[in-house]
Design a protein around this ligand. Structure first.
Ligand code: SF4
Ligand code: SF4
Length: 408
């Protein structure tokens, strides 16, 4: 069985002894203390195995999507986080480049890299990306992945996900599956997976039945109205030997657009980890304080009475929150067929994560010249989370006018 944790421990140990000479303490004393501290940390970190991949990972890893600070990534690795999760299109490629700049200083077996590619076309002049599963070819998918490797400075990644899969048909597009298989055969990808944040139960079950995918990255959190269906699909896939990674664990981060009411992030993350079929999580922290919170959960995921109380607040729907379930219940209600769930995801990226680039990219992924809501009165949509859809749509539409150069 592979054990990145073992490699990580020896690397960290080297780091601790390496700085002993700079200390005011005698070197021997410092070394003993370092060993004790390291021993305590080793005892505390809880790990699970990512299904049949055999990867042993801590309960909490890093979703790097919103982070542009290489020092934060470095500190995360130095404090015991092992897996860095990125994607080909995050920050127009700069996210992978930033990670590449950090990991070049670490031994290859001290970290796990997961990246994602999706079936899209990119306009070479505007750099805008449009989801188009039919336009993506075997060759273009491989070329896209090769560029990810180049940015990361790697010869292989540990996990390649087919990104943002929404149906069982999209999970099994023949030439995309063929491209991923080829990359695996060539040793450029160790394990293949798919990611999903809409229609998750169908997609997770399709992955489990495929005999191809080894890992599923899925949205899973305490605010999901359909969480029981997601749980059942997760159990099915874990039972079939797939590794399960959870994302969107903190359900939009804030309860309100003004960011005055923050969700209890530790509690939300702990809630996910109560499900033992979830092997690890990738919360998207961007500050050192948030990193500390996540590290505390990594060591002890026990929910306290206060945690449960805080989460109940959301389950009682006292706030609308920023997290769109991606349930699709709105789609049939809008007679103009606006892709509301994708726009609401963009809204969460903007107000929950403060990630303008991701919000704009998500908005641009839609083949939609204009958002028609301004001229539509009244809005016919009754959102299952109680969102004021029209207001949010008009609000997020303004992002179209933010110049591209401002974001990259
Ligand atoms: S906007 Fe509301 S109804 Fe539509 S997918 Fe999101 S939560 Fe569901
Ligand atoms: S206002 Fe409501 S019904 Fe009208 S286009 Fe927008 S989402 Fe659809």
């Amino acid at each position: 069985m592979e054990n990145h944790m073992k490699s990580r421990r020896s690397f960290l140990k080297k780091g601790i002894t390496g700085v002993a000479g700079l200390s005011l303490f005698p070197a021997a004393c410092q070394k003993d203390r370092g060993a004790q501290e390291q021993g305590a940390r080793e005892k505390k970190v809880v790990t699970r195995t990512l299904g049949k991949t055999g990867l042993t990972l801590p309960l909490v890893n890093m979703g790097v999507m919103n982070a542009d600070n290489p020092n934060l990534v470095k500190v995360a690795l130095d404090r015991g986080i092992v897996m860095l999760d990125t994607a080909h299109y995050y920050m127009y490629g700069r996210n992978e480049e930033m990670i590449g700049g950090v990991i070049k200083d670490y031994p290859r077996d001290a970290y796990v890299i997961a990246t994602k590619a999706r079936a899209t076309t990119v306009d070479r002049h505007t750099r805008l990306e449009t989801e188009d599963v039919q336009a993506e070819t075997f060759e273009s998918f491989i070329k896209k992945f090769e560029l990810s490797l180049l940015r990361l400075g790697l010869t292989y990644v540990d996990i390649l996900y087919l990104h943002s899969v929404k149906s069982k048909e999209d999970a099994m597009i023949e030439h995309i599956v063929g491209a991923m298989e080829k990359l695996k055969q060539d040793g450029k990808v160790r394990h293949v997976g798919l990611s999903t944040h809409g229609n998750e139960p169908e997609v997770i079950r399709a992955a489990a039945d495929s005999g191809f995918y080894e890992v599923v990255l899925t949205s899973y959190n305490f605010l999901q109205a359909h969480r029981e269906e997601v749980e059942s699909a997760i159990a099915y896939a874990a039972g079939a030997g797939l590794g399960i990674v959870a994302m969107k664990t903190q359900a939009g981060v804030y309860w309100d657009r003004e960011r005055s009411q923050r969700i209890n992030m530790k509690a939300a993350l702990k809630w996910v980890l109560q499900n033992e079929n979830v092997h690890t999580t990738i919360p998207g922290f961007t500050t050192y304080d948030q990193l500390e919170e996540d590290l505390a959960v990594m060591e002890d995921p026990t929910l306290t009475p206060k945690d449960k109380e805080d989460l109940q607040l959301g389950m009682d729907l006292k706030f609308d929150g920023l997290y769109c379930q991606q349930c699709g219940a709105c789609l049939e209600q809008c007679d103009r067929k606006v892709e509301i769930p994708t726009l609401m995801r963009s809204y969460m990226y903007l107000y929950g994560y403060r990630n303008l680039a991701a919000a704009k990219q998500t908005l641009q992924s839609l083949d939609m010249p204009a958002i028609p809501c301004e001229r539509c009165n009244p809005c016919l949509v009754n959102c299952s989370r109680g969102f004021d859809i029209k207001n949010r749509m008009v609000d997020i539409a303004r992002l179209k006018y933010v110049p591209q150069d401002f974001l990259v």
